[in-house]
Design a protein. Structure first.
Length: 558
């Protein structure tokens, strides 16, 4: 739970103050100033307003820069949390001062990597500042939140001990963990996960996947809860999990490793041309309950899927309503797919409005964080524009050429999937065709272009366009259904079979829409299946679900 705003805490009075507070009975007035601001709407005060959607940003391209908080009175400071936007500090100091002139270092680093820095410090002063000396990007410095924890007269009650720590899945290189939530008189802010005595992660939820481990090796874990005041719970029960033996390629990721675009095909780390087959989630704002331990286990082991598409809508009650919530959901599902040896497509599901430029700033923020956190993984794709519509190919191309360099600054290796115009139909739904992309491709490498079809609506014209395009540019079908373009209606398994035959012949990877219990015929599960299942077998599958499960389960040619 993020710290409450000062205004809310001041109104509460009876609650202990969880940040920027020294008195147990009242909130102190806090003033934020900075060395510079990027412009209107990026003032220093926006880093202490408790709003995760507002931020301070300094002037770009200059070092050093600072943001300073006046706590109003001398305070004993026990911790600081910095929530960085994409423009983070590689080298910075946390300093305290009694008078705003003489500064004492209480923390410093030269290896900052952005994200969220939760720092334990010991110092006192009326003033505290973040003093940045080296930027981590060509931009300036930017903080969503600058939270300070004080120990004098504040909350001293630790959270309860996390319960029932357990291992939920293992591969040859990962261990997935889950535990029961702790309680706290103010609110739990995170969980510190330890491998032995080493802190390996601070999780905001109650699951974590530890990756990059050695095969056939035992690891012991404990978890401690912490609150916003810096109080830490006793350690949970210890759990020991053993990674699986080397399998010689048992999961899709173990078999293929880091994928890359080779010519007009998708190739594994050994240069072999491959085809991936899998399922797309429905919108995370509506059907996240269909993505749990049991359903994802079934997708990996019963369906034998190679890839999960994580479909995060931007509008329609999606990302724009709560960027932190939806980004964390994507983080978690990436870890879940990784733990099961599946590839994961991070789907920036822009749809309405159809101009991808409308969400460019949001996309830069989102993909910067995703790429920074997961750039060591070998199992990702970044799908940067689900279905552009109502705009020209030139607009889509320009959007891609603005966003791809931002991603590549943080992750040089993950393949990027670029949507095509007219709902990713290569322009066919607007009366155009593949030649507009072939003659004017995106200026980037290791990218593929996406194509979407629904077999009961999109016949031979669409099929032939996909066939021609796949001979000239790298193609990936990131969404299709056997129904109409609405995602419902009757199934056309005959036409869908023609598409699947073509994609098998030309090694075009594909993902079916969708792995949920939505009421439309395109959702594979019958109503009420989620969240309890069962998800294995065919007893809870609709007609289209039975049909597509058998196609996903077809043995891979790895």
């Amino acid at each position: 739970m993020r710290p409450r705003t000062l205004a809310a805490l001041a109104a509460a009075l009876a609650l202990p103050l969880t940040f920027l507070i020294t008195s147990p009975t009242q909130a102190l007035a806090v003033t934020a100033t900075s060395s510079s601001v990027e412009g209107a709407g990026f003032e220093a005060s926006l880093a202490v307003d408790g709003d995760a959607a507002t931020r301070w940003a300094s002037a770009e391209g200059a070092d050093p820069q600072w943001i300073r908080l006046d706590l109003g009175t001398t305070s004993t400071i026990s911790g600081v949390t910095l929530t960085w936007e994409a423009a983070y500090a590689k080298s910075y100091k946390i300093q305290t001062s009694p008078d705003g002139s003489t500064w004492t270092d209480v923390y410093s680093t030269t290896t900052g990597d952005g994200g969220t820095d939760q720092l334990s410090v010991s110092g006192s002063g009326r003033y505290i500042r973040m003093y940045g000396t080296q930027r981590g990007t060509p931009y300036g410095y930017s903080l969503w939140e600058f939270d300070v924890r004080t120990s004098s007269g504040g909350d001293t009650t630790p959270p309860s001990t996390p319960g029932n720590l357990r291992s939920t899945a293992t591969t040859s290189s990962s261990v997935s963990l889950a535990w029961n939530a702790s309680t706290d008189n103010v609110g739990v802010s995170g969980y510190d996960v330890y491998r032995g005595s080493t802190l390996v992660n601070t999780a905001t939820g109650t699951t974590f996947t530890d990756t990059g481990l050695t095969a056939n090796t035992s690891y012991t874990y404990t978890v401690r809860a912490r609150d916003a005041a810096g109080n830490v719970s006793p350690a949970s029960n210890a759990v020991t999990a053993t990674t699986q033996p080397p399998t010689g390629g048992g999961t899709p990721v173990e078999a293929n490793g880091q994928l890359r675009v080779c010519g007009v095909k998708l190739c594994n780390e050994n240069g072999k041309q491959i085809q991936l087959r899998g399922m797309s989630s429905h919108g995370l704002q509506w059907y996240s309950q269909c993505l749990n331990t049991a359903s994802l286990d079934a997708l990996a082991t019963d369906w034998k899927a190679d890839v999960l598409r994580i479909s995060m809508y931007i509008q329609e009650d999606g990302y724009e309503t709560n960027p932190r919530l939806f980004t964390d959901r994507v983080h978690n599902l990436i870890e879940q797919a990784t733990a099961r040896g599946m590839y994961a497509i991070v789907d920036w599901h822009m749809l309405t409005p159809g101009d991808p430029m409308y969400n460019l700033a949001r996309a830069k923020t989102f993909f910067t964080e995703i790429a920074q956190r997961h750039n060591n993984k070998k199992n990702l794709f970044y799908e940067i524009a689900n279905e552009p519509n109502g705009v020209s190919w030139a607009t889509v191309k320009s959007y891609a050429e603005h966003l791809i360099p931002v991603i590549r600054a943080n992750d040089p290796d993950t393949p990027i999937l670029v949507g095509t115009r007219a709902w990713s139909s290569l322009g066919v739904s607007d009366g155009a065709g593949e030649t507009e992309v072939i003659s004017n491709p995106v200026n980037a490498t290791n990218i593929m272009y996406t194509f979407h079809f629904y077999a009961a609506s999109h016949g031979s014209n669409y099929l032939n366009t996909l066939s021609r395009a796949a001979d000239r540019i790298p193609m990936f079908v990131t969404e299709f259904g056997t129904q109409t373009a609405s995602g419902g209606g009757g199934n056309n398994f005959g036409m869908a079979g023609q598409y699947l035959d073509l994609m098998a012949q030309k090694k075009i990877s594909w993902v079916n829409w969708n792995y949920s219990d939505d009421g439309l015929s395109g959702a594979v599960f019958t109503g009420g299946t989620c969240p309890n299942g069962p998800f294995t077998g065919t007893s809870r599958l609709k007609e289209a679900g039975v049909w597509i499960r058998e196609r996903v389960r077809t043995p891979d040619d790895f």
